[in-house]
Design a protein around this ligand. Structure first.
Ligand SMILES: [Mg+2]
Length: 382
């Protein structure tokens, strides 16, 4: 079964509300859909979450020539061939006009994102060719995983305590774990938000806090001391980007609250360092951003050896297949707030069912979701 074509469909939705994480606004919900076609007529679909989207699309188009004619079931060989572009002279063909990568040119994160989309499409092909869902290919007994509700952004123009209603609405939907943002306002105001949320969701609901790289080590230490009385299930990506691994290890030694991270890591080697030096308890490596399922499996197996549970960032329709199969799979992140995530709400004509804090994949071959091609056409970026 040979690869005969690779096609991209970048889609983007403008949000009506401006949402904020600790440091960054969230004004559009976007993804790049990748299709890999084969001479057998089997078509695989992958999804990329990366930026800038036009650069990733250009790289996928370039990679089409690199992998054309390769065996579509040889995901490891395809992965190695593309990954080698990041460290060999093959990469010199990319970005010819921008000069040397060691002076700041080069597009390593975008290559890894492009690789993610192609790898995911190849796994979808493998499932479809063998007529099995990916969770079965990976050895799971069912396609059901734990699921938590992710939200609690700072909404421009809204009172900061509106978050309590939002998080309570997820509990009303049946969720037993909810996640909210922190580190976007003063610590005193964040403590008010967390306190109101805990009161609104009751004592039994798991509550996670995501700082999105928003604190120094000392600020994070103070913040944890203030938050921990609200029974925090995990504290996610607390530290500024520039010292987010070794200093995280120091923070982990200072607290009994579990630490989560991994969505910013681009390779299994980076994920390993986050475990070994950063002391994370929950690994959130994102297969749609970097390296696909092939890399996520390496991360998941390593995490198992180090007693770390996996709960990948975003895209549960992809990640649940791996979480369901891994002995250390914890759960998946889901986004019930339609205004914040129109992709989940509108992009699929068929997607997993989420009920009572569990996500259920069915037995369709491959990933098992189907895109609404009219939505793709209506929101196509390029
Ligand atoms: Mg996060």
């Amino acid at each position: 079964m040979k690869i005969t074509d690779v096609i991209t469909y970048p889609v983007s939705y403008e949000l009506d509300t401006e949402f904020w994480m600790s440091r960054e606004p969230y004004r559009t919900a976007s993804a790049i859909i990748v299709q890999v076609r084969t001479d057998d007529g089997v078509v695989g679909t992958g999804i990329i979450n990366g930026r800038p989207m036009t650069e990733i699309v250009n790289i996928v188009t370039m990679l089409r020539d690199v992998i054309m004619g390769m065996d579509a079931l040889a995901h490891e060989a395809v992965w190695q061939k593309i990954f080698a572009i990041t460290y060999t002279r093959a990469g010199a063909a990319l970005d010819r006009d921008a000069g040397q990568p060691h002076f700041g040119a080069g597009k390593r994160p975008q290559i890894l994102a492009a690789l993610a989309g192609i790898d995911l499409a190849l796994w979808d092909i493998k499932g479809k060719a063998l007529k099995l869902p990916i969770w079965r290919l990976l050895g799971a007994t069912s396609g059901t995983t734990y699921a938590y509700a992710s939200g609690g952004y700072y909404e421009a123009g809204e009172p900061i305590l509106k978050v309590a209603q939002e998080m309570a609405s997820y509990v009303d939907m049946g969720y037993t774990a909810v996640k909210m943002k922190c580190a976007g306002v003063s610590l005193a105001d964040d403590v008010k938000r967390v306190s109101e949320v805990r009161a609104a969701i009751g004592p039994e609901t798991k509550l996670m806090l995501d700082a999105n790289l928003g604190y120094s080590l000392d600020e994070a230490t103070d913040a944890l001391r203030a938050y921990e009385k609200f029974n925090i299930f995990w504290f996610e990506e607390p530290l500024y980007w520039y010292d987010s691994i070794r200093a995280l290890g120091e923070l982990a030694r200072r607290t009994h609250v579990a630490i989560a991270g991994g969505e910013s890591q681009l390779t299994a080697w980076e994920a390993r360092d986050l475990v070994d030096l950063g002391g994370v308890n929950f690994m959130q490596f994102d297969a749609t951003r970097a390296g696909g399922i092939t890399e996520l499996l390496r991360v998941a197996h390593y995490c198992h050896l180090r007693h770390v549970r996996i709960t990948p960032h975003h895209d549960p329709e992809i990640h649940a297949h791996v979480v369901a199969a891994m002995v250390n799979g914890f759960g998946v992140e889901t986004f019930p707030y339609k205004a914040r995530d129109p992709l989940w709400d509108r992009l699929y004509s068929k997607k997993p069912i989420i009920k009572d804090s569990y996500l259920h994949l069915d037995s369709e071959p491959g990933f098992g979701f189907e895109l609404d091609w009219q939505e793709v056409e209506n929101h196509k970026l390029i």
